[in-house]
Design a protein around this ligand. Structure first.
Ligand code: BGC
Length: 374
């Protein structure tokens, strides 16, 4: 209690003295600024020979259950997407407020993932000092989240230059984590760290495993027991879990992302060339469609049980362009499939193209919310 109060005072002080200069990401491609710059994911094939229950309908008995979830509560979260993962705060039209965070808790979520493009706010080598301005903004959102009783997953997002050139950028990555770990070391255990969103590009498994080991050693110096979340390469797809070399550490969780069928979840995505051809794709939860999800998640669970590492579904979501019944059916199917296997989830996202909340009007998409949190 006392530690919490001291932390709160320190963070408030930092907020008070911080300045407002927000440097632009030198690696950001302005041409994509109107849209979200997520690269195209290759939809990966899942075999669908088996058919079983349609996952939108909750069933009493799990097909398979993750056995290893030490200390991880049943996470029902939402991503604060397009806010601090944008090239600069507000660039993608989402600015977090205390009321928005409180609405998330009031709606029944118990967690939120905070993606931040920290690489856009670093100073010169070798310190790569993070700007006080972005740190103060992050402090504020974390505090709002903690006050609302939410678990917070803080994530290093859209580090594009690291994906393009890991060797020249790894020092910046490690410096970012050294600073975050030191700054947030006295925060409650309900703040988790996620090393890097969707490693991809030149960040192959070997390079990523080396960086995971280095950053873990560094973070553990100040945060010996904090939950650290790690996703695999290839945009954290399920298959990539198998390439991760896990540090021997009892406070880890593995993240994967799930957006399949990609043509359904990303139909008409403004940043994906050709995705307008996918408009009108529906998802009704046919036996084959249901089986594809179940098989993918069972594969993740098998991996989790074999390695005794709990799983987190860090992102899943369907774009608002999708017809609403399909969107609800798919979203419910994924959430239930995860829950039945003991996997905590974070919907992508609050109020962007995939959102379920109108941030300007302060209104939920009730149908989608009810599907997520029945
Ligand atoms: C990206 C977002 C994107 C979402 C869905 C996330 O990992 O960071 O920018 O909108 O995936 O593609």
């Amino acid at each position: 209690m006392k530690t919490r109060l001291v932390t709160l005072l320190i963070l408030l002080w930092i907020l008070f003295v911080s300045s407002c200069d927000i440097p632009r990401d030198p690696y950001f491609d302005v041409a994509t600024s109107a849209a979200n710059s997520a690269p195209t994911l290759d939809p990966y094939p899942v075999s669908n020979s088996e058919t079983s229950e349609i996952p939108a309908t909750p069933s009493a008995t799990p097909t398979r259950q993750a056995e290893a979830c030490p200390g991880l509560p049943a996470l029902h979260g939402v991503n604060l997407g397009n806010a601090l993962d944008a090239p600069w705060p507000g660039a993608w039209g989402v600015t977090m407020t205390e009321a928005m965070i409180q609405s998330i808790a009031d709606a029944g979520f118990n967690a939120t993932r905070l993606p931040v493009r920290f690489s856009a706010y670093t100073g010169a080598a070798p310190d790569y000092a993070l700007s006080e301005s972005i740190l103060a903004t992050v402090d504020q959102i974390i505090l709002w989240g903690l006050d609302a009783g939410l678990i917070i997953l803080l994530d290093v997002h859209h580090f594009n230059s690291l994906m393009q050139s890991p060797t020249t950028e790894e020092a910046r990555f490690l410096a970012i984590w050294e600073q975050l770990a030191s700054r947030y070391q006295s925060l409650p255990a309900t703040v988790y760290f996620e090393l890097l969103n969707e490693p991809h590009g030149e960040m192959d498994a070997e390079t990523w495993n080396r960086l995971v080991a280095q950053s873990m050693t560094l973070i553990r110096q100040t945060n010996p027991t904090r939950t650290i979340v790690i996703g695999g390469v290839d945009y954290s797809r399920i298959e990539a879990l198998e390439f991760l070399v896990w540090p021997d550490d009892p406070h880890l969780a593995a993240a994967f992302h799930y957006y399949e069928p990609f043509e359904f979840t990303h139909q008409g995505a403004s940043w994906l060339a050709g995705s307008s051809n996918w408009l009108g794709t529906s998802w009704t939860g046919t036996p084959d469609e249901a089986a594809a999800i179940q098989q993918a998640f069972d594969r993740a669970v098998d991996w989790s049980n074999a390695h005794q590492i709990p799983l987190i579904l860090g992102e899943f979501g369907a774009i608002g362009n999708a017809e609403s019944t399909s969107r609800q059916t798919w979203t419910g199917a994924i959430a239930r499939t995860a829950e039945r296997r003991g996997i905590g989830w974070f919907y992508w996202d609050l109020c962007s193209e995939f959102g379920l909340y109108n941030c300007e009007k302060g209104k939920w998409d009730k149908d989608l919310l009810d599907v997520l949190l029945p």
